[in-house]
Design a protein around this ligand. Structure first.
Ligand SMILES: [Mn+2]
Length: 462
């Protein structure tokens, strides 16, 4: 079932897109529209493309797509009334909903470049794509869209082929990787690993080893244990300061010592007394404070993307964090820790053999936190790994049921359909909008559709 990645053909596809874009940039295009996803990976991808377009002296516009409306509705607000073959569109980290996109693209004169790493959930003949579509997606060549290549990695590879100086902005790709993969850096694979190594060698980023307490790497060990979201530490996460301080004083460790300043002996003592581990993490040398830490920087962008997209777009260009962003970050991380506790302990749930529905609709967890609570709960292994998680509920804002769907790699080992495939089946039978990877995705459904899904969930999982 697992296809061996076909590097040669993927790179050929990427090169073809690069060649067409370069040629047409010289001879044809006078305007570019960039469209990207509203998360850390998407914003980093966009920034890489914007930097490239700037260096190429292009006029460009950019838009952020949050998947809450169909592509037809979304693009009708963006595509000019008068068709124009001098305009190119570049999609990054979005655009693999080809069943929706192909009919739109077919009718247009503009060229469309899609650089995406989300799996294609539709049945598409890739030899029959419209001539004005350059579809570059490593997942159709057997690459894993989470472990092997992030959206920003792909945007970086595209941009670097056109302008080698892109390498100086490679830290953006590392933010994308950190935000999407949710892993420490020694676990990177394939293109993610290769470009990471390249950027370390070029000293664009620093790679360090230490205790991994993602979410709070920039802070004291006391706060690290309390607010780490990856791993979430049972017994420390969200507990009171006193409990954590007395644990640390027993180990003779200053609770206010920075996580990154702990020495080898102190780290060993903590490892021996918790289920924590050592790992590698990336630092961004040109940034300060929280923004210096790639994982925390990515997390901040993910948070801001939902709360205040323009703040996200601005902070990626800043050296230091604003007070506003710091407050939002702190509030978010502390509630995520609290939410993981709530979710793993007391929310109403409905379980079948292969699925677990958790109703967050009437919980203290706000809809904007559902997606990340679901992700971090799954990544931290807080629920049974042999079931697909459907976390969500009725969202007043959209008058729809919003679901975050997650599964573990272990779940997929039994040859089960991945999340993106399940979403495809649901959309086909019950409507709705959404998409995702094999491990993570989201869908908005009408209430009646959701009720059918819940009653007959096993029909949609096979
Ligand atoms: Mn992505």
């Amino acid at each position: 079932m697992v296809q061996k990645p076909d590097r040669k053909n993927f790179l050929e596809k990427l090169n073809t897109a690069v060649d067409f874009f370069e040629d047409n940039s010289r001879n044809l295009y006078n305007n570019v529209i960039a469209i990207s996803h509203n998360d850390a990976d998407g914003i980093s991808s966009l920034q890489i493309i914007q930097n490239l377009l700037h260096k190429m002296n292009f006029n460009y516009d950019y838009f952020i797509y949050n998947r809450s409306v169909s592509w037809a509705n979304y693009l009708s607000g963006i595509l000019p009334k008068a068709q124009n073959n001098k305009t190119a569109l570049i999609f990054t980290d979005v655009g693999s909903n080809l069943t929706e996109l192909i009919p739109i693209i077919k009718k247009r004169k503009e060229d469309f470049y899609i650089l995406d790493h989300h799996e294609v959930d539709d049945d598409i003949d890739f030899d029959m794509l419209p001539e004005n579509l350059f579809f570059v997606n490593p997942t159709i060549f057997g690459f894993d869209g989470l472990d092997h290549i992030s959206g920003a990695t792909l945007a970086y590879m595209f941009a670097k082929k056109i302008n080698f100086a892109t390498i100086k902005q490679g830290w953006l790709a590392v933010i994308g990787i950190a935000g999407d993969s949710l892993k420490s850096m020694e676990k990177l694979q394939s293109f993610n690993k290769e470009i990471y190594q390249e950027l370390v060698d070029e000293e664009v980023i620093y790679d360090e080893e230490g205790l991994i307490l993602f979410g709070r790497m920039h802070d004291s060990i006391k706060n690290g244990l309390k607010f780490s979201i990856l791993p979430f530490l049972n017994g420390f996460g969200g507990e009171n300061d006193q409990k954590i301080k007395s644990f640390l004083s027993k180990l003779q460790i200053n609770p206010n010592k920075k996580v990154v300043d702990l020495d080898k002996t102190e780290i060993q003592k903590i490892i021996d007394n918790t289920n924590l581990n050592i790992g590698r993490f990336a630092l961004l040398p040109q940034k300060q404070g929280l923004l210096k830490f790639a994982f925390e920087h990515a997390l901040l962008l993910n948070i801001l993307s939902f709360k205040n997209i323009s703040a996200a777009l601005s902070i990626i260009q800043q050296r230091t964090i604003t007070r506003y962003a710091k407050e939002i970050y702190f509030e978010y991380v502390s509630s995520l820790v609290k939410n993981m506790k709530i979710l793993s302990e007391d929310l109403p749930r409905y379980e079948t053999e292969k699925a677990i529905f958790i109703d967050a609709g009437n919980s203290p967890i706000p809809p904007s936190n559902w997606s990340d609570t679901a992700s971090f709960t799954t990544v931290n292994g807080l629920l049974k790994p042999n079931k697909m998680l459907f976390l969500g509920g009725f969202e007043k804002k959209s008058q729809m049921v919003k679901l975050s769907i997650r599964c573990s790699r272990k779940y997929l080992e039994n040859n089960e359909l991945g999340v993106n495939k399940v979403i495809g089946v649901i959309k086909e039978n019950l409507g709705g909008t959404g998409g995702g990877h094999k491990l993570a995705g989201g869908i908005r459904l009408s209430l009646p559709s959701f009720n059918i899904l819940k009653q007959k969930v096993s029909n949609y999982l096979n």
